[in-house]
Write a new protein. Structure first.
Length: 268
């Protein structure tokens, strides 16, 4: 019996040492990577992070137009930050320019000194405060869970990803609602057509660029009429030789192709 007691004591001691190692590793992980759930908890976490932001806030918000309720919440986070002199750079998709509430929100940000750009396909939702903390969606939870990342290497990587998108995005100027937005429609059109040629469904294309399926179908139909195409297969063949889908800055041009250009609750 004494031998069994000694063996049990030895096992308990060994397990205790493993528990200490596990607890330490888990504690370190919680300090650098945390998942939060629920709209209210996410908003409070974003609010706390933005309040501590001292140099720059980076925001990527895909999906086109946003609900007015969320725009109101976002401006409540951004304005105090901008009034403190903190720089804010925000990325939207081109489709946000045609959504009046979102465009009004953007112009309000611009009026307080923020910088806003758009591109056909924005990266995933992202918010980075200085070089200290980043927020991004947790998996496919539909915006109801977000990851808070504080690991320096991960935050650095996310900043670099944002900078790559920022470099190829188009600036939004003040009073953008009174400016001609045709170049951005052309850019959207190229993105839609490339995705169509690659075999993506209308529904998936719509999700990618933040437009309705009906709008995607309308863009494809207009191009089909321009080329005199009676089917998508024929349209894909014609597009392949037209140069319409050439990368921006390329020389390939097709018949009637547009001119090439040079060149959870949401974040604020």
């Amino acid at each position: 019996m004494s031998r069994l007691r000694r063996e049990a004591a030895r096992i308990r001691a060994a397990m205790a040492s493993y528990d200490a190692v596990y607890s330490e590793a888990r504690s370190r992980g919680e300090e650098t990577l945390t998942v939060i759930y629920g709209e209210r908890a996410i908003h409070h976490a974003l609010q706390a992070a933005v309040k501590t932001c001292a140099e720059e806030l980076l925001v990527s918000q895909p999906g086109g137009g946003l609900p007015v309720r969320l725009l109101h919440r976002g401006i409540g986070l951004s304005l105090p930050l901008l009034e403190r002199g903190v720089r804010q750079r925000t990325l939207y998709q081109h489709s946000a320019r045609s959504h009046k509430p979102t465009l009004a929100h953007i112009e309000r940000l611009l009026g307080h000194g923020a910088e806003v750009r758009t591109l056909a396909e924005a990266p995933d939702q992202l918010l980075v405060c200085d070089r200290d903390v980043a927020f991004f969606p947790a998996g496919e939870d539909g915006g109801h869970a977000m990851v808070i990342a504080k690991h320096p290497d991960l935050v650095r990587y996310l900043r670099a990803m944002f900078e790559r998108s920022w470099a190829r995005a188009e600036p939004v100027e003040p009073s953008a609602s009174r400016q001609e937005d045709r170049p951005f429609l052309d850019d959207l059109q190229r993105t839609i057509l490339r995705a169509m040629v690659e075999g993506e469904t209308d529904e998936r294309i719509a999700r990618r660029i933040g437009l309705s399926r009906r709008t995607v179908v309308s863009h494809i139909r207009k191009v089909a009429e321009r080329f005199g195409s009676n089917s998508r297969a024929q349209l894909g063949y014609l597009l392949a030789g037209s140069g319409l889908l050439a990368e921006e800055g390329g020389d390939a041009r097709g018949p009637g192709a547009p001119p090439s250009r040079e060149g959870p609750p949401p974040a604020p």
